[in-house]
Design a protein around this ligand. Structure first.
Ligand code: FAD
Length: 271
């Protein structure tokens, strides 16, 4: 089968092209090129990201915007994004991180999507272009529908947390760069000694990266002490529906999530 590689004059034109069956946007290609070779879904044509100016990072007055084609290596090396270093460095090995992009991570299939987990806990919005207009939507509502034909992600944006308010952990069997048994990200900003605007997200605990609203509610408005952590851990698995794969069984994921959530909330170092 032949494969076309095309350029689009701008992101709108790329969205229009990607509305055609079998036409896909090529970011880092760490997933798409494999699929094209192995036939996971039909790939007849790829649209190149080059020239679409999707590879910039801006940090302005606490507001962060990361272009969809920014790589994990760029994020890990950007001192303005130090809170995302651990999440970016959890993805694959160095060669994968040099290619893997933020946009591609939003569409990665189970158990991948570790960077999307971090973005969920940051309450990120997705700026996307469809065939007719630009839209901005919360990542939490964008993810369940992704991928959609005729939609190109331009960027993700969010308010920068203070470095101490953001935590990320990934559990893997193959160290240091295996696929996720699970990942957890949490934004735990404190105001007057209590947690305000708690966000907790999981990877590999359902088909797509998910927020744990039960844990968020258990944390909200409380001091981050042993009692609060115990209350949050009690509801850790609410709403989870993990899968069994070569990394771990669904049972194992449910069994170990509370242990790792407790460690993350108690700030017991790298897990
Ligand atoms: C060996 C290996 C290890 C890996 N380890 C991890 C890991 O630990 N954690 C993890 O999360 N992932 C992992 N991955 C998966 C993958 O590398 C990452 O998820 C990466 O971020 C995907 O980005 P990409 O740019 O390579 O996507 P691509 O392969 O270019 O694209 C993937 C899909 O997303 C679509 N897409 C990409 N960008 C856009 C956009 N801007 N708008 C619309 N659609 C878009 C493409 O059309 C395609 O359908 C691994 C992959 C490999 C091969």
């Amino acid at each position: 089968m032949t494969l076309d590689i095309v350029r689009a004059e701008d992101v709108r034109a790329a969205a229009r092209l990607s509305a055609n069956e079998g036409t896909h946007f090529l970011a880092g290609g760490t997933i798409l090129v494999r699929v094209a070779k192995t036939g996971g879904f039909p790939v007849k044509r790829m649209i190149l990201a080059e020239g679409l100016a999707l590879d910039t990072v801006s940090v302005d007055g606490g507001k962060v915007e990361i272009g969809a084609a920014v790589t994990m290596t760029t994020i890990a090396n950007d001192p303005r994004l130090v809170f995302l270093k651990r999440a970016a460095e959890s993805i694959g090995g160095p060669a994968i991180r040099n290619m893997a992009t933020v946009g591609g991570n939003l569409f990665a299939r189970y158990p991948y999507g570790d960077f999307a987990v971090a973005l969920l806990a940051l309450d990120a919005e997705v700026v996307a272009e469809d065939v007719e207009s630009s839209t901005t939507a919360p990542l939490a509502s964008f993810l369940p529908d992704a991928p959609r034909q005729g939609v190109i992600v331009r960027s993700v944006r969010f308010a920068a947390p203070s470095a101490s308010a953001f935590r990320f952990a990934k559990v893997t069997r193959k160290h240091p760069h295996g696929a996720s048994v699970l990942s957890i990200a949490a934004r735990l900003a404190e105001e007057h000694g209590t947690i305000s605007g708690a966000r907790v997200a999981y990877g590999a605990m359902s088909e797509r990266p998910m927020r744990s609203t039960a844990v968020e509610s258990a944390l909200e408005g409380r001091p981050l002490d042993a009692d609060t952590v115990a209350g949050a851990v009690n509801v850790a698995t609410e709403g989870c529906s993990p899968q069994t794969d070569p990394q771990a069984s669904a049972w194992y994921r449910m069994a170990v999530l509370p242990v790792h959530l407790r460690r993350l909330l108690s700030n017991e170092g790298k897990i």
